[in-house]
Design a protein. Structure first.
Length: 152
């Protein structure tokens, strides 16, 4: 069993989960009614809380007592965090997809360049150079000065 599966498995009864989270069991029932927590149920319909549930309860406690949020605010924070997680996953998927498309484009561009090199043959007329020789330029600049009377 993976570690993530282990923390998501309901193993704590309500009294133990409440004690671990530092709150009264009735508070857990209220949070369940409000939709802030959804414990698993046993075959006999007993609430079973996971380690993730206990951590979520501790987070609710932190948001309500330390930050002064009401339960509606806590619910909104959880919704926004969930949306943020979805967006991050989507962004990672899009980045991976973009990397794959980029690799395909680079590969296709390389293939096209190789095909052009095979098809293009430069024409050279007999007795001519394929590339014109560059003229040597004198680094000195000469300026012709004409003076009155025809003298230089």
């Amino acid at each position: 069993m993976a570690l993530g599966d282990e923390t998501a498995r309901g193993v704590y009864m309500i009294s133990v989960a409440a004690e671990l989270a530092g709150m009264h069991p009735q508070t857990l029932r209220i949070y369940e009614t409000k939709g802030l927590i959804t414990p698993q149920r046993s075959a006999k319909n007993t609430r079973l809380y996971s380690q993730e549930d206990v951590e979520r309860l501790q987070r609710i406690q932190e948001l309500t007592t330390e930050l002064g949020m009401n339960l509606a605010g806590v619910q909104r924070v959880f919704e926004l965090e969930s949306e943020l997680d979805r967006m991050r996953r989507r962004l990672r998927n899009l980045e991976r997809q973009a990397e794959r498309v980029n690799a395909e484009l680079v590969s296709e561009l390389d293939r096209v360049r190789r095909s052009f090199k095979a098809e293009l043959v430069p024409y050279q007329a007999p007795g001519t150079a394929l590339v014109a020789p560059q003229r040597r330029q004198d680094p000195a600049v000469r300026i012709r000065i004409s003076r009155p009377g025809g003298r230089r």
